[in-house]
Design a protein around this ligand. Sequence first.
Ligand SMILES: [Zn+2]
Length: 402
Amino acid sequence: MVQFFHNTIVRAVADDDNIPLYRFDFIQLHFLEQFRSNAVLPDVVGLVVNEVGDSIEIEDKWGQRIQIKFWNDCFVEYSKQKDLLSDSTKPFFIVVTSTMVKEFNGKLNLCTSSSTKIYINLEVSEVVELKGILSEKLENTTIGKLDIQHTTMNAEDIASKTIDISTLMNHVQKTVEKDLIFYCKAKVTKVFGENSWYYISCPGCKRRITPRKTDFWCIPCEKKTERPIPRYRLEFGVLDHSGSTIFVIFDEEAKKLIGQDASTLFEANIYEKATSNNDDSDNDDEVQIPKIIENNIGRELLFKVKITAYNRKIKRQTFTVMKIIDPTFIEGNDKETKDKEMEDNLKDGSDSKEDTNDSSNDTSKKSKDEKVVDNKKRPHDGSDTKEDNNDSPNDTIKKAKA
Ligand SMILES: [Zn+2]
């Protein structure tokens, strides 16, 4: 990835035949598994064989198939290019760049990222080659209807659990025996910098790690680490008609929202700082929030949030976000699209491991299969399991409030 900074200079140059107009890093669909970390966003090329709503299925030259889900702008771009085809009912070739590899029910899928570019029937050698191989397929076939697995959780379920911010706050006052799950549609108004946008974590257990004089010490793992890794912890100020509060978003969800992982952004940020000799850095305490995160200010999103006993104990009211959904996917009238989105929800149901709270979270595993996790009691305090409580920077939260 090439990142531009405020001091990057871009100059136009004359066309040069040595520099190709397009440059792709196509990967065989067969090897997608290796790209699940999202560190590299693979480019794919194939024939569109099935389609439904904002999802398509492509086939590569080896006959391997994969589903791709287009997010917002990508879907608009896809539809735009498709409209230009003389006959969009027949299979056509597509290049989709910078995709993200996701898993659902043991099956890999792709979705678009913020860097994705789409090209339909682009005249590049890979497409020409594919055309030769799949020419028979193109003869008398039409694009099929993509069969997406349905789940019991649907838009109505979300609607029935959607509340406004003031109602959410009221729920915190009540005695909470078990976790409660709600959905809240709110606008992002601010990204708080006081507690930074990331935390330094142990690569083993992914929990917050304590810096020592010369190295880092992970208390749960009882060992030192040479290379701690930054993970996201974003504090979004959010607002709706009824009030405002703070939603805390952890690594997995933040990564999806931002489109790159925290370590990549962290390195870019350090580099930017180093290259721009900051004379005006009077406020060293306040961590500068990277622009790519601040870009979310003004967006209206549907947040799946959790209320736990922990929420009642803290002074500064925050809520842990389990999932962020683009509300247009719920409001759209395409039922299939909705179900696909819900399916994505469930797929990522492990997000409860992003729990910030000071109690363990034994429900995270189960939440993959169960639609809602609020029917599980959980033990409190101190019974953390390493795996489930990955992101808990509890100590720091407490410290920060102290
Ligand atoms: Zn550790």
